[in-house]
Design a protein around this ligand. Structure first.
Ligand code: ADP
Length: 654
């Protein structure tokens, strides 16, 4: 299912009013947009085999809503009204064939219902839709990653009634939303004495299995045990062979913050379920790290590495990172002060024992305590990755595929951990027979040639351009490994990572090539001789090309190609210059140096050329093909083609 762009813009606005707007008390009908309907259909079909998750989703929303209330009530205790005991209630009615999930959390105003329920205005929606293939199986996996949320109610219900009132508003500001999950939904203003949200699911035919005390409790214990507030149900007793609810309440879940429990009492399944809740991600995580830190700062951290990138990894407004709690009270989502940008994939909870409850984002920004917690948490995440790289190479490969590009931002952002981060990087290489990034700097150093002092790299705007660059010819001939860098972020990486374990990183396309001890005396003498012999030709080319080049010189890099371009040691690489210009940014134009292969037949040919005009063509052609070979663009392609054809026409007829 590919949607046109305009439809996607629509999606973020999603609902189209077919009734009246505003605060009217009358019932109004609003239409779902066509694509929302499609999404609903797709979800109902693809998640059919895992229906139970709707309960987890609704309980998770209810739990978030009570977290929000508790936090807002710190500043305004009146929000608790006369009902301070936060809880989630689950009930079923066999007669009416309904299942009800209610909470006394923050609730929603009419406007919030319109904005939050019935819209899929999440960041990443565009990417999500563009990735749908129409293949049910693939799409089902994608939907799992996208997060199904409130809509999952329609997996088991053919009608959903949501009644809610925002904490702090009076009873007559209740709102009722109802939909059959098909074409439209209705909205009406109702009385709701208790604050919070109640969701009634009218079960589809065949879903009566959920009208069972045992079934509901086992689903809650499987998926929602970690929810920190009580999930209560009426106790039931058996009468005449059926379960009948009594008046007595019973708490179904453990209802203690999972992270505050002792490690030994938490099962892997519980850690995984908690991850789904905290990360809004339906795929299990790759790894986690649970720590209780005592000392100057007392805090608990439970940090996870996801197994796939969220759709909004590169979206500035993305949310859901690390949740900050203070003594079990939820303070904020996406506390970016707790994790640097290059670790923005990490998910989890940090619960501080020392911070004040009224801590704000502003306070976080300038708090030393927070800096200490952040430093400690960064170490934990990097430690988790090191451990994975060493002991679970397959998982690490998955991690690298999903998040490698983000981790490459690290050396430029976190100087203190630069060496550690560098150790985690993986690269494509001339010595790997795959285009995947699998070579570590340690591995590279381990197989450096005798006498080799630098780690050689090449950057280009595609893997093919890097792999086939003429700059690699001498390295290939001598069997020296070169790391092939072809992602945008690589330019940023190599400008920030200048060495690893005392070995400098060196671009093979920058500066004059000095292979030092990798060349023997005979080779060095041969270079000197070639330079001497080529002097007149070099001068002639330099005069001809004039402003196009910074310099022309003899090269020792090439074995097969006639020429290549290099930039100065401190200059911006040609690849970076192109990237910046393509992104519409201003970048200085760096004049390249043209290097000529003295052993190439073209050099001999040019040396013998007496026709000045023809020599001009040769020289320009040499420059232009070197530019093309490294992925550059010609300012004047037509002249290039004319010159090329002119010279081709001189070939002897066979
Ligand atoms: P998500 O939870 O991933 O944001 P959902 O579709 O599950 O997506 O919910 C959308 C929004 O609706 C929530 O972010 C929240 O603002 C609101 N919402 C859902 N359930 C409740 C609830 N029980 N109480 C208050 N607000 C809710």
């Amino acid at each position: 299912m590919k949607l046109p762009d305009t439809a996607l813009i629509w999606l973020t606005l999603v609902c189209q009013s077919t009734g009246e707007h505003g605060m009217s008390a009358t019932k109004e009908t609003l239409g779902f947009q066509a694509e929302v309907k499609q999404l609903l259909q797709l979800m109902i079909h693809s998640l059919y085999s895992n229906k139970d998750i709707f309960l987890r989703e609704l309980i998770s929303n209810a739990s978030d809503a009570t977290d929000k209330l508790r936090f807002e009530a710190l500043a305004d205790p009146a929000l608790f009204e006369t009902d301070p005991e936060l809880k989630i209630r689950v009930a079923f009615d066999r007669e009416a064939r309904t299942l009800t999930i209610s909470d006394n959390g923050i609730g929603m105003s009419r406007q919030e219902v319109i904005e939050h329920i019935g819209t899929i205005a999440k960041s990443g929606t565009r990417e999500f839709f563009s990735q749908l293939s129409g293949d049910q199986k693939k799409d089902a996996a994608l939907i799992g990653q996208f997060g199904v949320g409130f809509y999952s109610a329609f997996i088991v219900a053919d009608r959903v009634t949501l009644t809610t009132r925002r904490a702090g508003l009076t009873a007559e500001h209740g709102v009722r939303w109802e939909s059959e999950g098909a074409g439209d939904y209705t909205l009406e203003t109702v009385e709701k004495p208790g604050r919070g949200t109640e969701i009634v699911l009218h079960l589809r035919d065949g879903e009566d299995g959920f009208l069972s005390d045992y079934k509901i409790k086992s689903v809650i214990r499987t998926y929602s045990d970690h929810i920190t507030l009580p999930i209560v149900m009426k106790k039931t007793e058996w009468k005449d062979g059926v379960e009948v609810p009594t008046e007595e309440d019973e708490t179904v879940n453990k209802a203690s913050a999972l992270w505050a429990r002792a490690k030994k009492d938490i099962s892997d399944d519980e850690y995984r379920e908690f991850y789904k809740h905290v990360a809004h991600d339906h795929e299990p995580p790759l790894a986690w790290s649970h720590n209780r830190v005592e000392g100057k700062q007392d805090y608990i951290s439970l940090l996870y590495v996801p197994s796939h990138a969220p759709f909004d990894l590169y979206d500035r407004e993305r949310r859901h990172g690390i949740k900050l709690y203070v003594r079990r009270v939820f303070i904020m989502d996406d506390a970016e002060q707790l994790m640097p940008a290059y670790l923005r994939f990490a998910r989890g909870v940090i619960d501080s024992a020392d911070l004040p409850l009224n801590v704000s984002r502003e306070i976080l920004q300038s708090s030393r305590d927070i800096d200490a917690i952040k430093a400690g948490s960064v170490k934990k995440v990097l430690g988790m990755l090191e451990d994975m790289a060493a002991n679970q190479p397959e998982q690490y490969a998955t991690f690298w595929k999903e998040f490698g590009r983000v981790l490459k931002e690290g050396p430029g952002e976190d100087f203190a951990n630069r060496e550690k981060i560098a150790g985690l990087l993986r690269f494509a290489s001339t010595h790997a027979d795959t285009d995947s990034q699998i070579v570590s700097l340690k591995e590279y150093i381990g197989r450096m040639k005798d006498g080799q002092t630098a780690i050689y790299t090449i950057t280009a705007d595609s893997f093919a351009a890097a792999k086939h660059s003429p700059h690699l010819e001498i390295f290939r001939k001598k069997g020296i490994e070169v790391l092939l860098l072809s992602e945008r972020v690589d330019e940023w990486l190599v400008s920030n990572l200048t060495e690893f374990e005392g070995k400098p990183l060196k671009s093979v396309a920058k500066g004059s090539l000095d292979l030092g001890a990798l060349e023997d005396e005979a080779e060095k003498n041969a270079h000197k001789d070639a330079e001497e012999a080529m002097k007149p030709l070099i001068e002639r080319i330099k005069t001809t090309l004039g402003e196009r080049v910074k310099d022309v010189r003899v090269t020792h890099r090439l074995t097969d190609s006639p020429a290549c371009l290099v930039t100065g040691e401190g200059d911006m690489s040609a690849n970076l210059e192109r990237l910046l210009k393509a992104a519409g940014q201003t970048a200085p134009t760096v004049k390249p140096t043209l290097e000529i292969n003295p052993a190439h037949a073209l050099a001999t040919r040019m040396n013998a050329e007496s026709d000045e005009d023809r020599f001009k063509d040769w020289a320009n052609l040499l420059f232009e093909q070197a530019l093309l070979a490294e992925g550059g663009q010609l300012d004047d392609p037509a002249s290039f083609v004319r010159r090329l054809n002119g010279l081709l026409a001189m070939l002897p007829t066979p």
